[in-house]
Write a protein that binds this ligand. Structure first.
Ligand SMILES: [Zn+2]
Length: 296
């Protein structure tokens, strides 16, 4: 399965590269569409589009692995998959570990950092059969995205089991609320600074001053919050800055960073505005406390 490469939202995975892990810096180009490889112009390294995913260096068709992992997730026995697809048992086990490891990393990066819209949450307890017995598993699920928010295991089905899972969900909800409150403060500071209404800031209108205000809001979120970009991108639609997509946010952040660094006379007002908004936000944090603490 070959997909169209998109360099803008990709980042350099080379740990020795000065631009490692940075999206939207313009340092990533497409090295080969056919081989599905990117190139970083900073460190001149090339890397596969699947690097860092469960599909990296997979010697079988992607569709086959996805199908096998889906069957395993639905409880299909390994020997049935081996018989049906003619695969080695060790290959099936390795794919399960690959997929599980990647899911755990995604969970840590996306769910545990409060990026998932919780909305309604469903919690349930299920009985899991294991060698020589059974255990109970409590799980919580975010209804809007159907993403699992975490779970707990216990040999007994009691109040402690479900309480542990509910505490986990409550902590995620507090984090999410604090993040949205901080995003709201930034939006408020920008609308006040540019004397706009919230509707103007979120409208699709491309008048220069409105576009600049939106990009400044994105820049402030990028520089003042510690959430990874997709979270900010989702935080914006939560506040309804006009349903901008991920690339638009990255582009907006890059435009403002370039204008701030340019030192041109026509950007003097922008530099002044960004400094003033930063001071306003600092004063607000000092007076009211910061809702979302940066990770140390
Ligand atoms: Zn690089």
């Amino acid at each position: 399965m070959r997909t169209r490469l998109g360099a803008y939202a990709t980042f350099c995975p080379n740990p020795d590269c000065p631009d490692k892990g940075q999206q939207g810096r313009g340092n990533i180009g497409i090295h080969s569409q056919k081989e599905q490889r990117y190139r970083c112009t900073t460190c001149r390294d090339t890397f596969a589009a699947t690097r860092g995913t469960a599909l990296y260096r997979l010697h079988h068709p992607v569709d086959l692995m996805v199908l096998v992992v889906t069957l395993l997730c639905h409880g299909c026995p390994t020997h049935a998959i081996v018989a049906a697809f003619g695969l080695d048992e060790r290959t099936v086990a390795a794919w399960l570990h690959r997929a599980g490891g990647h899911a755990a990393r995604v969970h840590a990066a996306a769910v545990e950092t409060g990026q998932v819209d919780l909305g309604q949450v469903q919690a349930d307890e299920i009985c899991v059969k294991v060698c020589r017995g059974r255990i109970w598993q409590a799980m919580a699920l975010a209804v809007p995205s159907r993403l699992c928010l975490g779970g707990d295991l216990s040999s007994a089905r009691d109040g402690a089991l479900v309480t542990a899972t509910l505490r986990r969900v409550a902590a995620l909800r507090r984090l999410r609320r604090a993040q949205l409150a901080e995003a709201r403060r930034i939006r408020q500071a920008v609308t006040d600074g540019y004397t706009l209404t919230p509707v103007q800031l979120t409208s699709p209108c491309r008048v220069a001053v409105l576009a600049e205000a939106r990009q400044v809001a994105m820049h402030l979120m990028r520089t003042r919050l510690t959430w990874p970009m997709p979270a900010r991108n989702r935080a914006f639609p939560c506040e309804r800055i006009g349903q901008r997509d991920h690339s638009t946010v990255l582009h907006g952040v890059a435009v403002i960073a370039a204008r701030l660094a340019s030192g041109r006379q026509e950007d003097a007002y922008l530099r002044h505005m960004v400094r003033a908004l930063g001071a306003t936000l600092d004063a607000t944090y000092e007076a009211e406390g910061r809702p979302y603490q940066r990770a140390a």
